[in-house]
Design a protein around this ligand. Sequence first.
Ligand SMILES: [Zn+2]
Length: 218
Amino acid sequence: MLFKKGVKYVVSCIEEILFPKHCFECSKVNTYLCETCEKKFLYKNNSENQEFIYLHYTPVRHLIHQAKFYGKKGIFYFFWKRMWPYFFSKPWTNFTYKNTLFIPVPLHFLKKIKRWYNQSFLLADGLSETTGIPCRTDIIYRKKYTRQQSHLWKKERQENIKNAFVINKKYTDILDKKHIILVDDVVSTGATLNEIKNIIKQQSSPLSIHFCCIASGR
Ligand SMILES: [Zn+2]
């Protein structure tokens, strides 16, 4: 654990030297999104089904893009630090480290080789480290190499993602009687998250299934 924290610290220090932080909206230094600008992009509807904290507008969209496609992992750490207190302050959550699991949306292994890491895992791992709730990446796999969802229309997205995931039969018991929190960077039509939710429900008996994302592109 100490080694892992040390590596994260060194990586974030190198990143800060190479790419000095500044607010992507007003250019204020030392943050990716300052408190004043952040307020403009927070999603204000405080409903039970809300599973994201920001609206997917520039600069949130720009920040996620930078993190995802230019490997700026420090931006993901910036987001998860905001996600967990937000998500866990909800009155309807009674998650404990014993009855809950984080599961990041899996990447196909070829995509993981191409990108070097899974952005959903970075988020889920950060949330897990902060809350003590376990994060499992060995239960659900992506068996189908899918086209990027953001390039497709709603109906095409559902078809593209159909039967893309598989549950490791060895671990279906672990999902029983648990609150499952599926973690992803952006939710748009929800096709990917709903596909995973459906296979979990078909093959196990969880207490509940939630989504936890940075932003909504809806
Ligand atoms: Zn700002």
